[in-house]
Design a protein around this ligand. Structure first.
Ligand SMILES: Cc1cc2nc3c(=O)[nH]c(=O)nc-3n(C[C@H](O)[C@H](O)[C@H](O)COP(=O)(O)O)c2cc1C
Length: 175
């Protein structure tokens, strides 16, 4: 698909205009998709945040060290978040949140359609309605020593901490 076709198919939106829908769906699950060379992997996320930092709109994704996605995030500049807003893709969100791209091609197994985004190495899940294309501007591994003990005990009993990836939202669009 060329740039003009993409512009016809997708309507660019301000992230502040879709933040309610975005955050409501995020709690149920969205797809975090990353491309490294010829490999594309997606995983389900439900944690993340939306806001303004460094005078930029930012989506922060939390990826545990154990994820295959972590390895891909470490060697790319961009990631996308794709959200189904009409209750579709429940089964696919479950599968992409339980199987690893290390062992399975989840895109094929779920029969998901990939579309090239606007940024370099940005790929979206076409069956979704709302897409963010983000450029990683900062990342930070969690420091367990400064974490509340309540969260440490409830979320990190196995010491599998998150890396926080701060993505500048360069494009936000709906189909
Ligand atoms: C609803 C739901 C939300 C999830 N949210 C996250 C998340 O925010 N961060 C994370 O690291 N893993 C999260 N997971 C777990 C990953 O999606 C899961 O471990 C996945 O298999 C990792 O895939 P990968 O190894 O291909 O990266 C979530 C799983 C589900 C079902």
């Amino acid at each position: 698909m060329n740039r003009e076709e993409k512009i016809l198919l997708y309507k660019e939106v301000k992230f502040t205009d879709v933040s309610k829908e975005l955050l409501e769906q995020l709690q149920k699950g969205g797809f975090l998709t990353v491309k490294r060379d010829d490999e594309v992997n997606t995983m389900t996320i439900a944690w993340g945040s939306l806001g303004f930092m460094w005078k930029k709109p930012i989506f922060t994704a939390m990826v545990r060290y154990s994820r295959h996605t972590y390895e891909l995030m470490e060697s790319t500049k961009n990631f996308t978040v794709s959200l189904p807003l009409k209750g579709q893709l429940e089964k696919e969100l479950k599968l992409c949140g339980s199987k690893s791209g290390r062992d399975t091609n989840k895109i094929q197994e779920c029969n998901l359609t990939l579309k090239e985004g606007f940024l370099e190495d940005s790929v979206i899940i076409d069956e979704c309605d709302l897409h963010l294309e983000c450029r990683i501007v900062y990342k930070q591994g969690m420091d367990a020593a400064t974490l509340s003990s309540e969260i440490n005990d409830s979320c990190y009993a196995n010491n599998d901490y998150h890396v926080l990836y701060y993505g500048e939202i360069v494009k936000a669009y709906i189909k």
